[in-house]
Every structure is written in C-alpha cells, then in structure tokens.
Write a protein that binds this ligand. Structure first.
Ligand code: SR1
Ligand code: MG
Length: 421
C-alpha cells in the first residue's frame, strides 16, 4: 500500500457526501429517498478522522473517511490514508471471531477515497462519556472480557494455525505509521521533554519533571516499548480505550480499530484497564457527594476484576477446546502430558499476561496525563487544582503498576493500592 494520496482522493463534506454515496452504495443498502434529501452530519470528535452520520428516509449509516493528516494536530502532522484500510480489515476479523453482537457491521470500503461505511449504532453512546456521567453497565465487563478473549485467542498461535497467523502478521505489519504513533506517544514522549507533551501545567510541572528522572520506571517503559514493537502475539484492536467502545444498558460495541496490528495481547487489555482506572481517579472531579463517589469507584474496580476474570475464563475455555494452533500443541497437552500440564502452562501464561497488562495499564495512564493525547475524564474537570489532585493519584498508581507489576499476583490487589492513593 502506498503512503501517497491517490489521484481520486478528496475529503468529503456534508454537501458532497450524498452524491459520492449514491454512486458507491451497494444496491442492497437503500437509504430511502433522494440523496439530496439525506441529512448528513459530521460528528467526528476523535483525533484522526472525519465521521459522518447519513440519514435517509429508511436507513441511517455511518461513514468514516481518513484525512491525509492528524485531525487533532492539523496539516503539519501528515499521516497516510491507509488507516481506513486497516480499520475496515480489523473490523472484519474482529467480527469473524467476536461476532456482530460486539463489533459493528461494515458495508463497503473504497481504497481511493480512504472511506468506509458501517452500521449506525443507536441509541449507543461512547463509554467514556457515560463513565464521566457516572452510569453503570450490567453487561460491560462480560462483553469486553469476551471480546478480548475471542479476538486475542483466535488470532494467536494458540488458536490459529501458523500459516494464517503469519499472513496476519504480514498484512498488518504495513500499519507501521499508526504503530509509530503509539510507540512515540505512549512509550517514548511522556518520558522526556517532548514538544508534543501536554500536561496540566504549571500544577503538574514538578510531578512530570520527577518522572523524567525516574530511571527505574523509564527502564521498564523502554522494555515494554520493545515488547510492543517485537511481540506479534495476536491481532490487537490497538486503541482499546473507553472512547473506542459504544454502549447501551444492555449492549457493547467495540469501534475504531485503526491502530490494529499483530502485537502483545497485554497492550489491549492494559489499555482498557488503564482507562477504567482513569475513570476511577477522575471521579472526585465529577462527583461531589463523597459516598456516591466512593460507591462508583468501587463499581469501577469491580468492572476491572470482572473483565479480567471473564477474559481468563473464556480464553482458557477456548484453549482447552482448541482444534488448531501450533503453540501449546494438542499432541502434547490434550493427549500427551495431559490436562494438569495444560493447567500449569496456562497458569504461567496468565501470570505473565497479568504482569504485562498491569505495566501497559500504567503506561497508558502516564501518557494520557503527560503526553499529546489527553482524556476528557481529566481534561474536562474545570477546577485545575482538583484535576491535578486526581491526576497525581493516578500517576502514583501508574508508577506502582509499571515498577512493581510482578508483585500483583491477582487483579483484585491493585484495587487496594488504588484506594490507598
Ligand atoms: C495522533 S493520535 C493520538 C491518539 O488518538 C488515538 O485515539 C490514539 O489513542 C492515539 O494515541
Ligand atoms: Mg480512535
């Protein structure tokens, strides 16, 4: 795939999109009425792309188009259009393994225009907004745990045959530009005085300067950057934060996998947990009633525990029942050494995965507080001093997770440290 802008590419707007779509929409996708009467709204509030809702008389769809630059930074930060290709393809792989209960349906993709159309999710709302509003979701932890187990297991050498798995590695290795954004923004820039960093200054200046001197933590961050760059374990969503999940009371849909590539499983799990922890630490900035605040924080810790437990249970079940996958082969475990050896192998696997998950959660928290791409949970707290207090506590836990991850033998115990922050 080329990084240049194809001759046929032009960014669309609310006026031009209907005319583009009437040529491109597959015949089974009838929005109803004339294109001129379709109601089009640009609703993108993410860092990268244009996102349109197109409402016809009978059907509404979402259309997402990549820009040749980072939307949140402007044209000075060029970025190739290929991310639309990766997002479309990751959505298809995720849907194959996790199903359309958890992943939206995609309708078509046009490479020249770096655009694809997908299911309009309604009345779903972005999870981050709902967490800030203090809402609870009875099936969220179960859904995210299952999403992680199915997508990570089936695209790993444990659950997929080696030829198919290596084909995925090759296909998604070309997403190197978005990988580099992650490598820079998560693993490198928060740990030195990078121009793009953007923290709650001057209140956090001293805290951030201290982090730049924290050799113990920085060495771990660099080790995990290397793991991110080299451990092609499974197809990652690549950006699994609470802004990449849409929810209703009963449904969960994972969107926006344009950062997808074959990387370490712990990156996705840690990213998600890190974001729930940021909801936890930002809570006092949103909820003045102390009891309600504590109650919601307890709910968030419980969400983390359940997500991890559901993930492990489902991943283990898939592993026990597996029919293919050259790692941990059936010949050895299902019929040779037997189930007790399999349990031992799994215990070791999940112990390492938990350690790596906690480190990645801590790294995600650091970067959202220090680096270029902050999160609304903290950034939209109006009182800068209160925000700084919340962020300082989060930075304390982040350091603990990064430096002492090995000491946490089960996920529950991080809740105790979080409460002590
Ligand atoms: C330049 S992109 C900044 C961030 O936005 C995306 O959602 C990813 O989290 C990325 O790191
Ligand atoms: Mg995104």
């Amino acid at each position: 795939m080329s990084n240049s802008v194809p001759a046929g590419y032009a960014p669309l707007n609310s006026e031009t999109l209907p005319f583009y779509l009437c040529d491109k929409l597959p015949s089974h996708l009838n929005l109803g009425g004339e294109p001129a009467e379709w109601k089009v709204e640009e609703v993108g509030d993410g860092n990268l792309n244009l996102v349109f809702i197109v409402r016809g008389r009978e059907k509404t769809i979402v259309v997402k188009q990549a820009l040749p630059y980072v939307r949140a930074a402007g044209e000075s930060w060029q970025l190739s259009l290929t991310r639309a290709y990766f997002e479309y393809n990751v959505l298809n792989v995720e849907a194959k393994f996790a199903g359309h209960d958890l992943v939206p349906e995609v309708y078509f993709y046009d490479q020249d225009m770096a655009i694809f159309a997908m299911e309009f999710l309604t009345p779903h709302v972005i999870l981050r907004k709902e967490l800030i509003a203090g809402k609870t979701f009875p099936s969220l932890a179960e859904d995210v745990g299952i999403f992680l187990a199915k997508t990570l297991f089936h695209t790993s050498d444990i659950g997929m045959n080696a030829v198919d798995k290596k084909a995925l590695v090759s296909k998604f290795a070309v997403n190197h530009e978005l990988c580099q954004i992650t490598e820079d923004l998560i693993f490198t820039e928060p740990y030195f005085d990078a121009e793009r960093n953007n923290w709650n200054s001057p209140l956090l200046d001293a805290d951030v300067h201290k982090i730049w001197q924290d050799q113990e933590m920085i060495q771990v961050a660099m080790r995990y950057k290397y793991k991110f760059m080299t451990e092609a374990q499974a197809l990652l969503h690549g950006d699994l934060h609470s802004g990449s999940i849409m929810v209703t009371e009963t449904e969960t849909k994972v969107i926006d996998p344009e950062f997808g590539f074959m990387g370490p499983m712990a990156f996705d799990i840690g990213n998600y947990i890190g974001n729930i922890l940021m909801a936890y630490f930002s809570r006092p900035g949103w909820e003045q009633d102390h009891n309600k605040c504590v109650e919601y924080q307890a709910y968030l810790l419980q969400e983390i525990n359940t997500t991890w437990q559901v993930f492990v249970t489902h991943f283990k079940q898939l592993w026990n029942d597996k029919q293919q996958g050259d790692a941990f082969p059936r010949e050895i475990y299902q019929s040779g050494l037997g189930m007790s050896a399999l349990e031992l192998a799994q215990d070791t696997f999940f112990a390492t995965l938990l350690e790596d998950t906690l480190v990645n959660a801590g790294l995600e928290m650091n970067r959202r507080i220090i680096g270029f791409a902050g999160v609304a949970d903290f950034k939209q707290i109006a009182d800068a001093e209160l925000r700084a207090q919340c962020e300082r506590r989060a930075l304390k836990l982040a350091r603990e997770l990064i430096v002492h991850a090995k000491q946490y033998k089960n996920i529950d115990s991080i809740g105790q440290f979080a409460q002590g922050c």
